[in-house]
Design a protein around this ligand. Structure first.
Ligand code: NAI
Length: 350
């Protein structure tokens, strides 16, 4: 029997470490690692491979899917939860697409809370000061989170954990989701509210919804105008949830008091790479980095040992299921676009 080959794009040393270790544990696939991202130009590297494995900033558009299909690739395995970078309609009936719907929702929720705590108590600034022998505390004042209101947008796996952690700080937590989970609300004391109520009441707003047509630039000049003065915005979802220019305008007027961003709409140009010796050409990103009340991390919310272990295992399990013709439980529904189609609970909605 020939070994199934996987073209693995945007491979980093930590990817190799976790995938090689998992693959050696009874899978035995031929994994061909490529440092380059998947693009229309690099798709040809998948020649001879049955599957490709991609991450958040690989481009899986109609062009790429067409090229992969011509090369005989039959499976696209996303080693991430979000799939906004995939043209699902182009993949329909051509290539199966699977993802890792859950690897460690704790990792991302905890990172969101890390951003909140750092921005509130300014530990990132205190660290730089004390390292420089400056032990003054002027300008580092924060606020008690207890008794304040947090708005969580998206009550899926990550949003629910973030909400629970924030409840642990004795915050009032308002949550919005088009598909509310009343049992979760009654168990945790979180309250479902409209977006407008969240904007009007929240001292901190944390985004945990997917990027789609409804949520693109959810945070824009109009929604920001409805928020409390000095609100803190946290985005560990996807960059496109925020209109970054509107965010900058609101930071300049102090309408927004702080922003913690693990994602950025144009991140694919920069994130995961070292540009420290080069000039940033992206003026919006460069401007964001000038604000002392903006804490930007480079899409590292997922980056824990537990998450990488689960990502490797779930991805290789999906490839194994594909090879054996078993049901692909992590296949993305092409029609409704949902990772786990809610109409049928799993699999496709048609
Ligand atoms: P999930 O699928 O469990 O939950 C998403 C929730 O958002 C669902 O309850 C859904 O009903 C809700 N939703 C859909 N449309 C909405 C809208 N218009 N407004 C508000 N809520 C809406 O997904 P999970 O695992 O909680 O992940 C959330 C997002 O976090 C992912 O879509 C992904 O973009 C991002 N993510 C970021 C990572 C990072 O490293 N920074 C890692 C993993 C995920």
């Amino acid at each position: 029997m020939t070994t199934l080959s996987i073209a693995f794009f945007d491979a980093k040393p930590y990817d190799r470490e976790f995938f090689n270790r998992t693959n050696a544990d009874g899978y035995g696939f031929d994994i061909r690692y490529f440092e380059t991202r998947l693009t229309p130009d690099s798709a040809a590297l998948a020649i001879g491979c049955d599957a490709v494995c991609v991450f958040v900033n690989d481009s899986v558009n109609a062009d790429v899917i067409g090229s992969l299909s011509k090369l005989g690739v039959k499976l696209i395995a996303l080693r991430c939860a979000g799939y906004n970078n995939v043209d699902l309609s182009a993949a329909y009936r051509t290539i199966n697409v699977v993802r890792v719907p859950e690897y460690s929702p704790f990792a991302v929720a905890e990172h969101a809370v890390a951003l909140i705590l750092s921005l509130n108590r300014k530990t990132h600034k205190a660290y730089a000061r004390t390292r420089d022998g400056n032990f003054s505390i002027g300008g580092l004042m924060g606020f008690d989170m207890a008794g304040k209101t947090a708005g969580v947008i998206g009550s899926g796996r990550i949003g629910r954990i973030a909400a629970k952690i924030l409840r642990g700080f004795e915050m009032n937590v308002l949550i919005f989701d088009p598909l509310p989970n009343p049992a979760f609300a009654s168990e945790t004391g979180v309250r479902y509210a409209s977006l407008d109520e969240i904007y009007a009441q929240s001292d901190i707003i944390s985004l945990h919804c997917p990027l789609n047509r409804d949520t693109y630039h959810l945070i824009n000049a109009g929604s920001i105008a409805k928020m409390k003065d000095g609100v803190m915005i946290i985005n560990t979802g996807r960059g496109g949830l925020i209109d970054a220019k509107a965010l900058i305008d609101a930071l300049k007027t102090s309408k927004i008091g702080a922003a913690g961003l693990d994602v950025y709409e144009e991140e694919s140009e920069y994130f995961f790479e070292d540009f420290s010796t080069q000039v940033l050409e992206d003026d919006v990103l460069a401007r964001l980095l000038t604000f002392s009340n903006v804490l930007l991390t480079s899409h590292q919310g997922f980056f824990t040992r537990e998450a990488l272990t689960n990502i490797a295992k779930t991805t290789l399990d999906s490839v194994r299921a594909f090879v054996s013709g078993a049901a692909l439980k992590n296949e993305i529904c092409y029609r409704c676009g949902d990772g786990v189609c809610r109409k049928k609970k799993s699999g496709r909605c048609f």
